[in-house]
Ligand binder design. Structure first.
Ligand SMILES: [Fe+2]
Ligand SMILES: [Fe+2]
Length: 139
């Protein structure tokens, strides 16, 4: 088993955007759960993480499109890379290479903290200072 310190959704991750903060907190919980999942149950745990992440990214990308967010290109491409890695890991785990799931949980925990504090922070800040109406739903 890999070394893993459960991730904590702490004040450093709070962006003061309710929908984003709630989604990021849920992702923290899912990553902690994934790492604690036994091998036989990894596929449903990965599927839950992938489905949650697709909704998470669709929410932010819908906002970026709606408000013509200037840095949308690099933000969306980072999302796409992460989803791509998740899907690749799912195929590895389905083929019996279960270690990939635990490495993914560790790596995505580090990634989420950095992404929330940089790209998502910039998006939340742009919405706040421009007073853009993004609503609370996808799209
Ligand atoms: Fe996010
Ligand atoms: Fe994002």
């Amino acid at each position: 088993m890999h070394e893993f310190t459960p991730m904590i959704f702490d004040g450093d991750m709070v962006l003061n955007n309710h929908a984003m903060d709630e989604t990021h907190h849920e992702m923290v919980d899912l990553l902690n759960q994934l790492h604690a999942t036994k091998e036989a149950d990894l596929l449903p745990a990965l599927d839950a993480l992938i489905a949650h992440t697709e909704t998470h990214f669709a929410l932010e990308e819908g906002w970026m499109a709606r408000i013509n967010f200037p840095a949308a290109g690099c933000h969306v491409s980072e999302h796409n890379q992460v989803i791509g890695v998740m899907r690749l890991v799912r195929t590895k785990v389905a083929a019996g290479e279960t270690d990939f799931a635990y490495v993914l949980a560790t790596e995505l925990s580090a990634w989420l903290r950095i992404h929330a504090g940089s790209m998502d922070y910039a998006l939340a800040n742009f919405i706040e200072v421009t007073g853009a109406d993004v609503g609370t739903t996808v799209g």
